[in-house]
Ligand binder design. Structure first.
Ligand SMILES: CC(C)(COP(=O)(O)OP(=O)(O)OC[C@H]1O[C@@H](n2cnc3c(N)ncnc32)[C@H](O)[C@@H]1OP(=O)(O)O)[C@@H](O)C(=O)NCCC(=O)NCCS
Length: 141
């Protein structure tokens, strides 16, 4: 939970999607360094609800390795697409787009309407959520 709260500051929200999600973890030398939660939306679609790496281990490639593993896992299981919602600025946006996620929509004022307190990232208030999607190419049987 401590890890997942790095990605989403609302414990209530995290607890609401955990029971119907799968959680993947990254470890190094037996130490838990990261976690990623993915919820099935149906019809081959999945949503990446959360991904977080322990602060002391960030910027060392663990997040990239975990995201790649999760993307490949769902590709291998026949998924058609993976969605994610993230802030409208910040390094996280590049983090997802580097792996093929594309912006599909803007959820205006999401962070104002869905959280009791204003959320800041790098000193800038987060207002809008960008919805991104990674489409898995159809595989030929
Ligand atoms: C987002 C997150 C999972 C990425 O994991 P990570 O292990 O730090 O990422 P990597 O080391 O694989 O680096 C991926 C890229 O992100 C950049 N990055 C990671 N943390 C960064 C930071 N705090 N500030 C700026 N860039 C950062 C890296 O420099 C790298 O870019 P580069 O290849 O151009 O150098 C991790 O930083 C994290 O847990 N952040 C807090 C929770 C969060 O924001 N989750 C996503 C919610 S949408």
């Amino acid at each position: 939970m401590e890890l997942l709260l790095l990605s989403d500051p609302s414990e209530d929200k995290v607890r609401s999607y955990l029971p119907r999600s799968r959680c993947f973890i990254a470890s190094s030398g037996g130490v838990l360094v990261g976690a990623c939660v993915v919820q099935e939306l149906g019809a081959g679609a999945h949503e990446l609800m959360s991904i977080a790496i322990r602060p002391a281990h960030q910027k060392s490639g663990y997040g990239t390795a975990l995201l790649k593993w999760v993307i490949d896992f769902f590709r291998g299981s026949g998924a058609s697409q993976m969605e994610v919602g993230t802030g409208s600025f910040g390094y996280q946006l590049a983090f997802y787009q580097r792996h093929g996620f594309r912006v599909t929509a803007i959820d205006r004022d999401f962070f104002v309407n869905n959280y009791p307190e204003p959320i800041f990232d790098g000193g800038i208030q987060l207002f809008d959520m960008l919805r991104l999607m990674l489409k898995y190419p159809a595989t030929v049987a």
